[in-house]
Design a binder for this molecule. Structure first.
Ligand code: GDP
Ligand code: IMO
Ligand code: MG
Length: 456
């Protein structure tokens, strides 16, 4: 076999793998649309994905785990998804959990069963799980808690994680001692031996950790049989989806740009890439197949957990946003910290992700404000800085430059078209659009599916 590429090899590779429409040699295949959080999470990604998923053939999660909490409201019924892609609600589309996701199996089945009671039917038949995805074990979640206790004891502060075992599971993956779905479904004796080693490794780091290994293995064996029918080679599945007949493929980002392990407010971040690169590495798809990248931002800013938050309002404004916006974490039930919209962070998220459109959610929450502020620049020692600071000491000290807008003091929740919005709200939105330099495609004015103004 030749070790160099020839035109013939290239021709063979570009043939569609699945049945359906033939493609030309230069056709790179279907494009995927990616929905990503542009702030610190909880921007309303679930709602945007739900909107797009009504027409999607495949909806994928590519990173994170059940630290995510995505809310979808349809026909007055509220669903919350943590590991399941929000598209699971669409009975005509396939949902895929990619290799970049870390899966806690008890959490996955509990979530499915809970939503089944709310009316979600047939989800197990519509779900595909990559065999390369890593597993989160119960002890990873315990270790997550122990690490937080240690941080508090030694540094006087925690990260405020969701305690879903995300950091410890991605650490196992990076240490090359982690266990994947394909390991669980392979030789169980070998899996058991590696599981025991992994437990021992963690117990040597955390002597307080107790694990009933036999009980865990028994449960994992049971889960493995329920999981088996859903498992596929994720890379090949995506290859077929990209190169078969024309398909609408959607990627649902979890967490958000400012929580990204590389680009977020480190160390107060999560442990995966929540920016656009995570879509490629978390699904095994080439960058050329990335089409639209939609950034989701609230019309103000929230953050759960610890870390710098330059536009935070620890006053009546912050309290009003928290109560009116029902700003409570979907996964942990913690109150979200609230502040004015920070366009420095949204622009920074755009530098990394190259957004082609923005969904601006929760405009309705601002309806009662007398005046509304927007953070447009950071100053250090009186001078504007052009970049987003990497160092948290600097971020804690930045002075925010604001632009102030008059409130529109009108209920926008019934608006369904641009012209239904008051002029002052239109002015606020235009300013945001111009400042980010990305068209606003959707404006959210309420929780449910129909409460969205589509601009183009
Ligand atoms: P995600 O993690 O980005 O999917 O967002 P979450 O579901 O954690 O949090 C967003 C919250 O805002 C949920 O309770 C949504 O139902 C709600 N929501 C989304 N868009 C809007 C909107 O335009 N207006 C209002 N009032 N609520 C919204
Ligand atoms: P969705 O997808 C908001 C935050 C946690 C904590 C930090 C690390 O709903 O937007 P982790 O458990 O990941 O190790 O916690 O990241 N965090 C989120 N905050 N929304 C999320 O997801 C989050 N996922 C993680 O609060 O500060
Ligand atoms: Mg959320």
């Amino acid at each position: 076999m030749s070790l160099t590429w020839s035109a013939k090899d290239h021709k063979n590779m570009s043939q569609p793998a699945a049945t359906g429409q033939k493609r030309s040699r230069n056709d790179t295949g279907n494009k995927v649309s990616v929905v990503l959080g542009a702030q610190w999470g909880d921007e309303g990604k679930g709602k945007v994905v739900d909107l797009l998923a009504t027409e999607a053939d495949v909806v994928c999660r590519c990173q994170g785990g059940n630290n995510a909490g995505h809310t979808v409201v349809v026909d007055g019924k509220e669903y919350d998804f943590h590991l399941l892609p929000s598209g699971i609600i669409n009975s005509k589309s396939i949902s895929l959990i990619g290799n970049g996701v870390v899966i806690h199996l008890p959490g996955l089945f509990e979530e499915g069963d809970k939503n089944e009671k709310k009316g979600l039917k047939g989800w197990e038949k519509r779900l595909i799980v990559s065999d390369r995805a890593h597993l989160v074990f119960d002890f990873h979640q315990v270790v997550d808690g122990l690490q937080e206790t240690e941080r508090q004891a030694h540094e006087g502060k925690t990260i405020g994680t969701t305690k879903k075992g995300i950091g410890p599971a991605y650490s196992s993956k990076a240490s090359r001692t982690g266990l994947r779905v394909c390991d669980l479904l392979g030789d169980f004796k070998d899996f058991s031996m590696r599981f025991k080693n992994l437990v021992r490794q963690h117990q040597s780091m955390y002597p307080a950790l107790t694990v009933d290994v036999e009980d865990q293995l028994k449960k994992l064996k049971e889960y493995s049989e329920r999981l088996r029918p859903m498992v596929r080679d994720g890379v090949y599945y995506m290859y077929e989806a990209l190169h078969g007949s024309p398909k609408k493929i959607l990627v649902e980002g979890a967490n958000a740009a400012l929580l990204d392990i590389d680009f977020g407010t480190y160390p107060f971040v999560t442990s995966s890439n929540c920016t656009v690169g995570g879509a490629c590495t978390g699904l095994g798809i080439p960058p050329v197949n990335i089409g639209d990248v939609f950034g989701v931002s609230k019309a103000y800013t929230t953050r759960v957990g610890i870390g710098a938050f330059p536009t935070e309002q620890l006053n009546a404004v912050g309290e009003l946003l928290q109560t009116r916006g029902h700003e409570v974490g979907v996964t942990t039930g913690r109150k979200r910290r609230c502040g004015w919209l920070d366009l420095v962070i949204v622009r920074y998220a755009h530098m990394i992700n190259g957004f082609t459109g923005i969904a601006l959610t929760k405009l309705d929450i601002l309806d009662v404000m007398d005046e509304i502020k927007v953070g447009i620049a950071y100053k250090v020692n009186g001078k504007r800085i052009p970049h987003f600071p990497a160092n948290m000491d600097v971020l804690h000290k930045v002075e925010v430059e604001y632009e102030t807008f008059p409130g529109w003091k009108t209920d926008t929740s019934a608006a369904r078209k641009w012209n239904d919005l008051p002029a002052k709200a239109q002015n606020y939105i235009h300013f945001i659009e111009n400042h980010i330099g990305v068209p606003i495609k959707w404006i959210g004015v309420g929780k449910s599916r129909e409460c969205m103004i589509q601009m183009f």
